[in-house]
Design a protein. Structure first.
Length: 293
């Protein structure tokens, strides 16, 4: 049996700054199977991006993994050095972020940037490299790929830029693609096309961890999901099961705050502040108990 694209087991992470430690992840468990989309949902500050950063070795300064394990396609990467990460980033795991401009170099042509990835990980050179770069752009439904290869990022629309970023992320067919709010910065009309593309890629065998706060997107795209708050996974399961019978009050609150295409006209209720305060208090109590242990 093939190993999952990503397995995170009881991951605990702190950030140390100015002599103080803040607990960010409090024992996160999560599995992304190859060829499947797993959604990670929850409100701002819950730890979604920190999970993706841990899974690609891009933790912020002061961050320390203080417990648990991360496995990428079966390989334990928990305490890898930057040099080790560089060998697999783009090849085994790659990342699509909210703003495509941060992923692209503004002063290099699209073709040159795609060629960098293809050279580094696949050893392609010259005409073969250009052919593959054009094929990748075609694969992400960019028309006139030859013309686009010669352009700079600022000459493309936001949606086109995100397609290029997805093409780069997909270039080496990594086992895992981390998509952190990949459509938040795009026009609504373009969002659908980009999500459709991510869906297609997963069907070709890539495991996708899709970070979003949009439960409508989760329902359409993902097979399995986890709900995170205060660095804790409060609920996980198949999307169908979680939507039909959410077990955790926070999941129910998130669902009640989301428009549902299957229940039009339903009144939306914002997530209750008292519930959030109770979850924060629980997390703080866990930290105190952990500190005493
Ligand atoms: N560089 C950093 N230094 C210190 N704390 C940080 C840093 N980055 C994030 N945090 C903290 O870590 C926690 C989790 O942040 P994270 O960015 O993972 O949340 P998120 O779920 O991705 O939120 P959003 O939906 O807003 O993107 C938050 O409390 C945040 O304040
Ligand atoms: Mg985030």
């Amino acid at each position: 049996m093939t190993a999952p694209a990503l397995e995170i087991e009881d991951l605990r992470l702190e950030i140390h700054s100015a002599g103080r430690a803040s607990v960010i992840l409090r024992g996160v468990n999560l599995v992304v199977q190859q060829g499947a989309i797993h959604a990670l949902v929850g409100e701002s500050g819950g730890g979604k991006s920190m999970v993706t950063r841990a899974a690609t070795g891009l933790l912020p300064r002061g961050a320390r993994i203080v417990g648990g394990r991360i496995r990428l396609a079966g390989q334990d990467v928990t305490h890898w050095s930057e040099a080790q990460w560089r060998q697999v980033r783009g090849k085994v795991v790659s990342m699509v972020l909210q703003d495509p401009l941060t992923a692209l170099n503004p002063v290099r042509r699209i073709g040159a940037q795609l060629a960098d990835v293809l050279k580094l990980h696949l050893g392609l050179r010259g005409a073969a490299c250009l052919r593959e770069a054009a094929a990748l752009l075609e694969r992400v439904h960019i028309r006139e790929p030859q013309r686009v290869l010669a352009l700079y990022p600022h000459q493309l629309s936001g949606g086109m830029r995100q397609r290029v970023v997805i093409a780069m992320a997909w270039a080496c067919k990594p086992q895992l693609i981390l998509c952190d709010e990949p459509t938040t910065a795009l026009d609504v009309t373009v969002q659908k096309e980009v999500l459709r593309l991510i869906y297609e890629l997963a069907r070709e065998g890539q495991g996708v961890l899709l970070v979003t706060h949009d439960l409508g997107v989760v329902a359409k795209l993902a097979q399995t999901m986890s709900v995170i708050h205060s660095g804790r996974i409060l609920e996980e399961g198949s999307v169908a099961q979680v939507y039909a019978q959410p077990r955790h009050p926070y999941t129910r609150a998130l669902l009640n705050a989301t428009p549902r295409y299957d229940r039009p006209g339903r009144t939306l209720v914002p997530v209750d502040e008292a519930l959030i305060a109770a979850l924060d208090a629980e997390a703080a109590a866990m930290d105190r108990a952990g500190a005493r242990a």
